[in-house]
Design a protein around this ligand. Sequence first.
Ligand code: ZN
Length: 174
Amino acid sequence: MKNFKKLMLVLTAIAMVSCGEKKEKEQIKLTDQPAETTESVTQEKSAQDENVVEITITGNDQMQFNMAEMKVKAGQTVRITLKHIGKMDKNVMGHNWVLLTQGTEIGAFGQAAVAAKATDYVPAGTTQVIAHTKLLSGGESDTIEFVAPAAGTYDFICSFPGHYAIMKGKFIVE
Ligand code: ZN
């Protein structure tokens, strides 16, 4: 039975090895991190910028704006950026941002806009539009600037055919 003894020795040796303790990884603490820079990196706004309000609104491939309300102050310079964050072409899912005068009926304007494809669905010579962006395809953006009109509540829409029913919101001038 010599072979049996040998076998037992081998098995014992294997067992001892596999029971060896695993060294736990020591966590190294970093105690000497450099102090954060305390110098202010805040950009001071010049007095000229105080009367400018910047608003970014997005439109997507699900025919949605990401906001339904904007608030500005009368006389402020309003800088609106519209970003089309979708991927679809403007012939299929175009978006614009159109601010309508008070008293303009959204449905009637939206229907009239359908016939104005040549001018990005903003009827040429209309007196019902205070400001509007270009019509955008997915991935594009456009920034416009205008002076906020008199205090009151105005409607903004996307005038691409059929979008005004969902893509609309209130532009509130205080
Ligand atoms: Zn749209």
